[in-house]
Design a protein around this ligand. Structure first.
Ligand code: NAD
Length: 328
């Protein structure tokens, strides 16, 4: 199909593999590039996501793919220099907390011109990419920040819900995540552990898989997260919705059960122009997985980003200021 958006996925763990599945039936987007820690796969005619996932499961890298696979310890750099891609979804671990910003910097330094979409979570990580806004603009890149579920879908919902009010009192995001096996989403779980009392990003990053396992044994596989440092706050502040101290994010992650421990929701409380206080509540369907609620929006924002880019609109945009576009 002409004008099909050529998509790359960086990181081929839980979210990266789900992203390939989400893309498979799409007409408007074609998956042409994937990178993981040990290699990359590139095929301008399109990659078979299932074949890539099979190789990744068996050998731990898509670089082993017979046609288009290349082993490399510098997979992102090698891929970005070689591949013709309109936009990349960054499904990478943000470990250390500066990793995503350093990857974005690699694209700028390479003179790459296209769209990047992240699903960054931490406010301090978002601040690093926000600080690069002018650099993206100068480079001719369109960077879509915070485009997963939270931040992402739920932040955008809060920005829309806020329109009923004259003043926003609070935005409260509460998520429930159920995954059958933590190893399918190692980075997500490590980054969540980093929010728990007594932990930080470096400590969580340094934990071996066995240590994560032992920790989860102690909590029965459950992570209870409160008052998280989540970039929904800075995104809503930048969007002019409310100050960041009015935004609260927390949730429960069950790492041993695909069923959600609670229904993910966002509550937006405010005062209307008539002086009434009210709360809008938006609840995600329990059957929608974390992967569905991250990858769907990420590609919706990628499509929006490509349309901005094609109009010559460069720089950084967050999920709270741009509408995602549905990908057919
Ligand atoms: P994962 O651990 O399952 O997979 C990470 C992948 O990245 C692996 O394929 C690994 O090989 C690859 N990788 C690591 N270092 C690399 C490097 N230097 N070069 C190339 N590839 C590299 O990760 P996951 O659980 O799918 O999470 C991905 C990210 O998504 C995390 O940062 C997580 O916080 C974020 N996330 C965001 C949301 C949201 O709603 N915003 C929700 C869930 C997860």
């Amino acid at each position: 199909m002409q004008n099909q958006i050529k998509v790359g996925v960086l990181g081929f763990g839980g979210l990266g593999q789900a992203a390939a599945k989400v893309l498979a039936p799409k007409q408007e987007m074609k998956l042409v590039a994937i990178a993981d820690r040990k290699g990359y796969a590139y095929d301008p005619a399109g990659l078979d996501g299932d074949a890539c996932a099979k190789i990744y499961r068996e050998k731990d890298s898509v670089g082993y793919l017979e046609s288009g696979g290349v082993l490399s310890n510098n997979s992102i750099q090698d891929l970005l220099e070689k591949a013709d891609v309109d936009g990349y979804f960054l499904a990478l671990p943000n470990l250390p907390n500066t990793f995503m910003a350093s990857v974005a910097r690699q694209f700028i330094d390479a003179g790459w011109q296209g769209v990047l979409v992240d699903a960054l979570k931490r406010t301090s990580a978002m601040e690093q990419v926000l600080a690069m806004g002018e650099d993206f603009k100068g480079a001719g890149m369109t960077y879509m920040a915070g485009c997963g579920a939270t931040p992402g879908l739920l932040t955008a919902v809060a920005a829309i819900a806020a329109q009923s009010y004259a003043e926003i009192h609070s935005v409260t995001i509460t998520f429930g995540v159920g995954i059958a096996n933590w190893e399918a989403y190692r980075a997500t779980i490590r980054e969540d552990i980093a929010h728990l009392p007594g932990f930080d990003v470096e400590k969580a990053r340094a934990m071996s898989d066995a240590e994560v396992e032992a920790f989860l044994d102690k909590t029965n596989g459950i992570l209870t997260l409160e008052n998280m440092e989540h970039a929904d706050d800075i995104m809503l502040e930048l969007g002019g919705i409310c100050s960041r101290d009015r935004v609260t994010v927390g949730g429960i992650v069950d790492t041993r059960n695909a069923k959600k421990p609670l229904s993910t929701n966002v509550k937006v409380t405010g005062r209307t122009f008539e002086g009434k206080t009210s709360t809008h509540t938006f609840t995600l369907g329990d059957e929608t997985s974390m992967a569905a609620n991250v990858c769907g929006p990420a590609f919706g924002y990628l499509k929006a980003g490509v349309s901005l880019h094609r109009q010559g609109l460069y720089g950084l945009f967050t999920a709270a200021e741009i509408m995602p576009q549905f990908v057919k």
